[in-house]
Design a protein around this ligand. Structure first.
Ligand code: G3P
Ligand code: CA
Length: 268
């Protein structure tokens, strides 16, 4: 476990700001990421999509429909078109109690803009989203990480973790650069069960797994962590659940409220 974070020995659990502190600010904006850091998140979670002209951007959905005022598939839009879109006002409308004038007109950031702003001081949990829709996504990711000295001999192990639901995408990343720790995201109909064979296969390329927190059981966490893999449940927003998952031995977790998780961790 100490492998993933050089200072893991000093912290009790890994706090991942899911889409930034997305319970407080519009997801996947620089403001949400900044807030995640302010709220003591250890990692900023970045979901990746790729534009028509091959730029990696931080966005959860394949479309811009839910989190902007426009509609369309990212793969059909150029970066120039993406940059004209307001990625913050939807949040003010959806969550009037949390609204801020600062959020109006926020842009969807590129991966480079995220790294320009936060690297090398922050750590990143980067997800290759819909890799089958975006051929070349992994090569592009590794090339950008190389540019920012976040791979190979230059980087501190664990400062960048790559995660995906796609086994193929993770194996491609592993082929391109064996030094990057990988987390296999898994989908389960609760409760989650994992076989020894599945654990062994994942261990060939990954250092951990991520799964929906409602599928997790103490036995699952014990089996996976006993094997040497880490476990990161997502997306855990209530303190009671955070506390319970830590009692069960979760390595850390994804949360929209890194401030709440920090309070739980500090109180233990
Ligand atoms: O990456 C962990 C978790 O974020 C996976 O679900 O849909 O929020 O990307 P999603
Ligand atoms: Ca994600």
């Amino acid at each position: 476990i100490a492998k993933i974070s050089s200072d893991y020995g000093q912290i009790k659990a890994i706090n991942i700001s899911h889409r930034g502190a997305s319970g407080h600010a519009p997801e996947h904006t620089l403001q949400a990421y900044e807030l995640g850091n302010v709220m003591n998140g250890d990692y900023i979670e970045v979901d990746l999509q790729m534009t028509k002209d091959g730029e990696l951007i931080a966005l959860h959905d394949e479309t811009i429909d839910r989190t902007t005022e426009k509609k369309g598939l990212v793969k059909n839009l150029t970066l120039k078109e993406i940059k004209k879109i307001d990625a913050g006002s939807w949040f003010n409308e959806a969550f009037p109690k949390k609204m801020s004038t600062e959020y109006s007109g926020l842009q969807i950031p590129t991966l480079r803009e995220v790294l320009d702003r936060f690297s090398p001081d922050s750590k990143f949990f980067i997800e290759t989203k819909s890799p089958e829709v975006y051929p070349g996504m992994e090569e592009k990711l590794i090339s950008i990480l190389n540019e920012y000295n976040l791979t190979g001999a230059h980087h501190t192990f664990g400062n960048v973790v790559v995660q995906s639901f796609s086994v193929e995408s993770l194996k491609k990343v592993h082929q391109l650069d064996e030094s990057i720790p990988l987390v296999q995201l898994l989908s389960y109909y609760a409760p989650a069960v994992i076989t020894d064979t599945e654990v062994s296969k994942i261990k060939e390329y990954a250092v951990g797994v991520g799964l929906h927190y409602t599928a997790v059981s103490p036995g699952y966490i014990k089996k996976v962590t006993d094997s040497g893999l880490m476990v990161f449940p997502y997306t855990v927003n209530e303190k009671e659940d955070m506390d319970m998952l830590l009692d069960w031995g979760a390595t850390g977790m994804f949360t929209n409220y890194p401030d709440r998780l920090d309070e739980v961790i500090q109180s233990r």
